[in-house]
Design a protein around this ligand. Structure first.
Ligand SMILES: [Zn+2]
Length: 137
């Protein structure tokens, strides 16, 4: 259980997303070193520790679109094809509430812009309730 503690100590549990504060890869996904030579994706490990084994052949889709979120409630095992289909239609609009919650929880605007891979000006308009346009995510 030592590994378990080490893992959760790197998680910032906001009232919506649980943000991984450890190593984040270029892809935006968090990674966790289970040993000196082996790293695993943080959200996959979080799911396995909290829910159980990920059914073989399935990938975890982030329902919140925050790639380094490890909240098991925000992760759903889906097929690769389904994940790609959902990713293709990703828009910011369904995630406004999540973004506002994260902002209230103390996640800064530059950080939110990074998490959602949009311009900071867009995040600023979202949290201030101003009109904004969808960007390509
Ligand atoms: Zn999340």
């Amino acid at each position: 259980m030592i590994m378990n503690d080490r893992f959760w100590s790197k998680v910032n549990k906001t009232n919506t997303c649980w943000l991984w504060e450890g190593t984040v890869e270029n892809t935006g996904y968090g990674s966790f070193a289970v040993s000196h030579t082996k790293g695993v994706l943080a959200h996959r490990l979080a799911y396995e520790l909290s829910v159980g084994e990920i059914p073989s052949g399935l990938t975890l889709d982030h329902l919140c679109r925050v790639r380094n979120c490890v909240n098991p409630d925000h992760l759903e095992p889906v097929t690769c094809a389904e994940n790609i289909r959902r990713g293709g239609q990703a828009k910011l609009r369904p995630f406004l509430e999540n973004i506002k919650h994260l902002y209230i929880s103390g996640i800064s605007q530059p950080k939110l812009a990074k998490l959602y891979r949009v311009n900071q000006s867009t995040i600023s308009r979202v949290v201030n309730g101003k009109r904004w346009e969808e960007e390509n995510m």
